[in-house]
Design a protein around this ligand. Structure first.
Ligand code: ADP
Ligand code: MG
Length: 598
């Protein structure tokens, strides 16, 4: 894993700027910077959760509040130190997030935002109605944070603590996104079937991300409580949550630095508006809400990508012309990832026995049986609606079975989940390509090697995954060389033509070191030339000894590739045999060749 030089320079310059800034600021400026830092921590969590992970939360201020009240209560009632308060605040906030995430994250569509609104509303009501939390007056006399004998009492002292934590959170997020865990996070928007194909459970990943964002909010809440030395319910209400979301969106939800820019933008303009509005009207407070809502709507309409996307767009254009073509991946020289032992010739890899699948009254797959042996390429063909995709989904575990048995390497996988089957060595591609368009070609392939690594959120975020990450990227690069795409490592996958995207998906599947590769209609939508390139690649893979099952509609495409064909029609197996036998068969000609002219 290589940290880019530009990022190092930007981070160091940023750190120097933060260190020196107080010399140029008055007391008011420092206080404002403290608020910005606290806001940026919360917004950073939202950039990860909403911007990258695609889950919108209106409940972040409530997490800030839980942490602030936890440390406030423990340090005032039990004389605990602020540091013990920090530990408790993180633990309790993370537990809340875990419980709420378990309940809400499985809900699709608008349920997640709605249920986080409910959580956001109820927490500030709870604070305001509990006697032990001081109801609407809140908790006062919270002790300051102490470092040894030094109590951090002044805004300037807090400034350094706050921005130290902001810097650490930024580093953590930066490393996290550039890791094995990060590739999975960045693939969340690609859907749960994509994640399952690389052995991950989308719900679990989203839950971890939700807890991570809540922990960032907890840091903010702890800082808030010990900076202001008192807490009351209103800074943690729904209104505050919306402000945090606004910060993330203003900065640009896809950019870590957007959290800083957005927090600064919102808080500085808020201050400005608070100064100006009373001059216009005596109802400044109400007007402020209206002005902010209007800004929010304008932003969503005209600048969805936020401020940072404008900065990035400029840069991308300049990079394309100068460096994009020169940039190459440099293999790290770490020992390569361990590979599965090759199978003995003649080992039975897949066996499908009398499988039936019904959709209501329709029998989509009707008592189909066939086998695939190590080193073979088998084609599963048939006209449209024959049941090929259904068969594909049964083998890969996407669909539950109704009758019959499927064995993989002798093990019964009939009732195993998609993830379990993927982990056993069945790699797949998709009929409709599932790549993340903005992810680089190299990262897209590295995602396929996901199951060969183990670094999780914490190890990745702390940068302790370097050796493993290097081995994964080396493996991805090796697969790119294998398919002839080296030289495009840093091109966004979405920029490739469809033919190359298909091939890229094959490379992603190969990166998992599969026993069996299953392709769903790989030739669909390809031009003649692209089909030839694909056929050449598949022949090469066969020569290397890979076992392949191709599910295909295009008969000409598979004829020259496969050892054996299984032909389906109306859900049933019509015939099985060599391409010559199948081509000569009268039933196939009737059902297929004659019928569709393919
Ligand atoms: P193929 O991939 O060979 O074109 P499919 O496996 O997609 O065929 O479909 C086989 C039959 O099952 C078709 O008649 C299709 O309409 C039906 N079918 C497929 N999936 C579903 C589903 N999820 N619900 C209901 N019917 C389905
Ligand atoms: Mg199909």
């Amino acid at each position: 894993m290589k940290t880019s030089l530009r990022s190092v320079v930007v981070f160091i310059l940023g750190a120097l700027f933060i260190l020196g800034l107080p010399w140029f600021l008055g007391k008011f400026g420092i206080s404002l910077m403290n608020d910005i830092g606290i806001g940026a921590l919360v917004a950073l969590g939202l950039v990860l959760l909403t911007g990258v992970g695609g889950a919108t939360s209106f409940g972040q201020a409530a997490f800030v509040g839980v942490a602030a009240y936890t440390t406030a209560y423990l340090t005032t009632h039990f004389d605990l130190s602020a540091w013990m308060g920090l530990l408790a605040a993180i633990l309790i906030t993370a537990t809340c997030a875990l419980i709420i995430g378990c309940i809400t994250l499985r809900l699709g569509g608008h349920f997640l935002p709605l249920s986080t609104i409910a959580w956001g509303l109820s927490i500030s009501l709870l604070f305001g109605n509990m006697d032990m939390l001081g109801r609407n007056t809140g908790i006062t006399n919270i002790p300051p944070v102490s470092l040894g004998n030094v109590a951090l009492l002044s805004p300037l002292q807090m400034y350094y603590l706050i921005w130290l934590l902001v810097g650490l959170a930024l580093l953590f997020s930066y490393y996290l996104l550039r890791s094995r865990a990060g590739r999975v996070i960045r693939s969340l928007r690609g859907g749960s079937v994509l994640l399952a194909s690389v052995g991950e459970d989308a719900f679990v990943v989203r839950l971890k991300l939700f807890v991570t964002a809540a922990v960032f909010a907890a840091l903010a809440g702890w800082l808030y409580a010990h900076m202001n030395r008192f807490v009351s319910p209103s800074p943690f209400d729904l209104h505050a949550s919306i402000n945090y979301l606004l910060m993330a969106i203003l900065g640009g939800v896809g950019f870590l630095s957007g959290a800083l820019v957005g927090a600064a933008g919102v808080l500085i303009s808020k201050n400005y508006i608070q100064d100006v509005l009373p001059l216009v009207s005596s109802r400044g407070g109400q007007l402020e809400a209206i002005v902010f809502s209007a800004l929010f709507i304008l932003l969503l309409h005209f600048a969805r990508g936020g401020i940072m996307s404008f900065v990035a767009k400029r840069k991308r254009v300049s990079q394309q012309s100068v460096t994009a073509d020169k940039k190459r991946y440099q293999p790290s020289g770490e020992p390569p990832l361990t590979e599965r032992a090759p199978l003995a010739a003649g080992t039975q890899v897949l066996s499908v026995d009398g499988v039936v699948r019904r959709f209501g009254g329709l029998v989509a797959v009707n008592n189909v049986s066939f086998t695939v042996t190590a080193g073979e390429i088998v084609g599963l063909i048939g006209p449209n609606g024959a049941g090929k995709s259904t068969m594909f989904n049964l083998i890969t575990g996407v669909l539950g079975k109704t009758e019959g048995r499927i064995h993989f390497l002798g093990e019964d996988v009939t009732h195993k989940s998609q993830r379990q089957i993927a982990r056993m060595g069945v790699a797949r591609t998709f009929q409709h390509v599932k790549l993340r368009p903005a992810m680089s070609v190299l990262d897209s392939v590295a995602l396929g090697a996901n199951m060969r690594g183990s670094a999780g959120f914490i190890r990745s975020g702390l940068g302790l995954n370097r050796a493993e990450e290097n081995r994964i990227l080396d493996q991805a690069y090796k697969q790119l060389q294998r398919i002839g795409l080296e030289g495009s490592e840093y091109t966004p996958a979405g920029k490739l033509p469809l033919g190359l995207q298909r091939i890229l998906e094959i490379a992603r599947a190969l990166a998992s070191d599969p026993v069996l590769l299953i392709l769903d209609e790989p030739a669909a939508g390809l031009r003649k030339h692209e089909k030839e390139v694909l056929a050449t690649l598949l022949r090469q893979l066969k020569a290397e000894g890979l076992t392949i099952l191709i599910v295909e509609h295009d008969m000409d495409f598979v004829m020259k590739l496969v050892d054996r064909l299984v032909v389906m029609n109306f859900g049933a197996k019509l015939i099985e045999g060599s391409p010559q036998q199948v081509r000569a068969d009268k039933k196939v000609q009737d059902a297929y060749l004659g019928g569709t002219g393919e």
